[in-house]
Design a protein around this ligand. Structure first.
Ligand code: PEP
Ligand code: MN
Length: 341
C-alpha cells in the first residue's frame, strides 16, 4: 500500500508513520517530494491490511492510504510524487531533455569506436553504446571482445565526453562490466534472468532494462521491480520491439508502450528503433515517432561502415544518416516542448 503524507508534516511525524509500518512488518520505501512525502509499504503485515490502513488513516498527518492492486509497487506511478530522473554520469534521462544514445551494436576496434564516437558526439548524442559481451541466437556467432571491448568503450567515451552504456549478461560479470560503464544494459533475452536482475539490484549503477521480446507490460515492470526492490531504483526502460506474426520487420516496435508504461510507472522510457525494426530506412521515421509519443530518449545503432559491421549492419545508420536524423529529432522534440542536444 501507499501512504500519502499531508504537505507540511514534520519529519518526526513522517518518521512516526514509517516506524509504525515497520512495527507492522512492512518494508518501507520513502520518497520525499517537494510538496509531500509518499511512503510505499510492501510485505505481509502482522495485522489485516484493511485494519492496518484504518490505523494509519487515523494519524492526522496522513492524507490518504491507497491499496495498490498491481503486483509491482516500487516502480508504480503512485509510489513517487514526481517522475524519476535517472542520472547517467552527467546526463539526465527522464527530464525535459530527450537523450540520444548511439553507437555500434558491437565494439569491434579502436578505429571503429573513435570514428563513431567523434561523429555522434558532434551530432548531439550524449551516451555511447556498444556491446563487449554480446548475446547471440547462435553459439557460433561473434560474442564480442569482452574486457578489451569494455576498455575501448570507456576510453573512447571519455575522449569525446560521452557517458557509456553496455550490456551485461552474466551475474558473475556484473562487477566487471559496472567498473567500466555509466549504465548497464540488460538485453531482451535476459529480461527474465532473475538472478541477473537481483544482482544489478544490489548496485548503484543505472540500469537500462530492455523489454523482453515476448513480455507484456506487466512482466516488464515486474522485471524492473526485481531491480528496484533490491535497492537500485535507477532504471530506464527501453522498448525494443516484440515478436509478432509480421515477418517484414525484425520485430514489431510497440510505440504505444511509451504512453502506457509512463502512465503505469514513474520510470523513464526510451525507444530502440534499430532492433525494433531491423531495417535501416525505418529507423529515422520511427525515431521521430518515438519522440512525438513521449519517449525520454532514443537508442540508435550507428556504424562508420554498416555493411562491414560485425552484427546488426542492416539496421545500423551510417555516420551521415545519423547526422541527418538529429536536426529532425530536435525539431520534433521542440514541437512538444522538449529539448534535444
Ligand atoms: C543490442 O542492444 O545490441 C541488443 C542485443 O539488443 P536486444 O537485447 O534488444 O536484442
Ligand atoms: Mn544490436
Amino acid at each position: 500500500m501507499i501512504i500519502v503524507v499531508r504537505p507540511g508534516a514534520s519529519s518526526d511525524q513522517v518518521q512516526s508513520v514509517c516506524d509504525r509500518l515497520v512495527e507492522l512488518g512492512y518494508s518501507i520505501h520513502r520518497s520525499d517530494g517537494v510538496e509531500r512525502t509518499i511512503i510505499g509499504a510492501v510485505g505481509s503485515p502482522s495485522l489485516d491490511k484493511v485494519e492496518a490502513a484504518e490505523q494509519l488513516r487515523s494519524y492526522e498527518w496522513v492524507e490518504n492510504v491507497i491499496f495498490v492492486s498491481r503486483p509491482y509497487k516500487f516502480v508504480a506511478r503512485e509510489s513517487k510524487p514526481q517522475r524519476s530522473v535517472i542520472k547517467c554520469r552527467d546526463v539526465e534521462i527522464g527530464g525535459n531533455e530527450v537523450v540520444v544514445m548511439a553507437g555500434p551494436c558491437t565494439v569491434e576496434s579502436e578505429d571503429q569506436m573513435d570514428a563513431t564516437a567523434r561523429s555522434v558526439a558532434a551530432s548531439g548524442a550524449r551516451i555511447l553504446r556498444g556491446g563487449a559481451y554480446k548475446p547471440s541466437t547462435s553459439p557460433y556467432s561473434f560474442h564480442g571482445l569482452g574486457t578489451e571491448g569494455l576498455e575501448l568503450l570507456r576510453a573512447v567515451g571519455d575522449r569525446y565526453g560521452l557517458a557509456v552504456c553496455t550490456e551485461v549478461m552474466d551475474p558473475r560479470r556484473v562487477d566487471e562490466v559496472a567498473a567500466y560503464s555509466d549504465m548497464l544494459q540488460i538485453g531482451t533475452r535476459n529480461m527474465q534472468n532473475y538472478d541477473l536482475l537481483r544482482e544489478v539490484g544490489q548496485l548503484k549503477v543505472p540500469v537500462m532494462l530492455k523489454r523482453g521480446m515476448s513480455a507484456k507490460y506487466e512482466e516488464w515492470l515486474l522485471a524492473a521491480e526485481y531491480i528496484a526492490s533490491g535497492g537500485n531504483e535507477a532504471i530506464v526502460l527501453c522498448e525494443r520491439g516484440i515478436r509478432s506474426f509480421e515477418t517484414y520487420t525484425r520485430n514489431m516496435l510497440d510505440l504505444a508502450a511509451v504512453p502506457v508504461v509512463k502512465n503505469l510507472s514513474h520510470l523513464p522510457v526510451i525507444v530502440d528503433p534499430s532492433h525494433g525494426t531491423g531495417i535501416r530506412d525505418l529507423v529515422p521515421p520511427m525515431c521521430l515517432a518515438a519522440i512525438a509519443c513521449g519517449a525520454d530518449g532514443l537508442m540508435v545503432e550507428v556504424h562508420p561502415v554498416p555493411d562491414h559491421s560485425a552484427k546488426d549492419g542492416a539496421q545500423s545508420l551510417d555516420l551521415q544518416q545519423f547526422a541527418d536524423l538529429m536536426p529532425k529529432a530536435r525539431s520534433v522534440a521542440q514541437a512538444i516542448g522538449r529539448s534535444l542536444r
